[in-house]
Design a protein around this ligand. Structure first.
Ligand SMILES: [Fe+2]
Ligand SMILES: [Fe+2]
Length: 153
């Protein structure tokens, strides 16, 4: 039942800052997975909250550059982000109200991982290709202070 995600070359977009953020994203998903495997529901919930905040910040970075550079598929890409955080919000609400049982925990984890892989390999790579083809730069983003925990790891 172990569902974890490992970084590999097939997930690389070739845009340094975006790849760096995706690696953090994966790290958080693996923290959720670890918490589930340890049977730590509080840990899973906490990691899920953290992932939700991180996802918003990461999507914000991508969307900022899509707007800045007039990316033609912006709306389609943004719609995928929106669907993701609507779904995670629903999961968080369910988890808060009803708790996290094992079946729910594994389905959350599977959804998050499957979504991220598909999204990176699809829309994120398309956007990265647009950036690279047009020699457009994505600057290093500073993580907000509340994410410091991640920066140190
Ligand atoms: Fe994206
Ligand atoms: Fe992304």
């Amino acid at each position: 039942m172990k569902k974890e995600i490992k970084w590999d070359i097939s997930l690389e977009t070739g845009v340094e800052e975006i790849d760096k953020q995706h690696k953090y994203f994966i790290k958080i998903l693996n923290e959720i997975n670890d918490a589930i495997l340890r049977n730590s529901r509080d840990g899973a919930l906490e990691a899920l909250h953290f992932m939700d905040r991180y996802a918003r910040w990461h999507f914000g970075t991508e969307e900022k550059y899509m707007k800045k550079y007039g990316y033609p598929d912006f709306e389609k890409h943004r719609a995928e982000h929106k669907k993701f955080y609507e779904n995670t919000r629903r999961m968080l609400q369910h988890a808060r109200e009803k708790g996290i049982d094992n079946v729910f925990a594994f389905s959350i984890n599977k959804y998050l991982i499957d979504w991220l892989i598909l999204h990176i390999k699809g829309e994120d790579k398309k956007f990265a290709e647009f950036l690279r083809n047009n020699k457009l730069v994505v600057e290093k983003e500073k993580l907000p202070d509340s994410f410091e925990k991640l920066e140190k790891t």
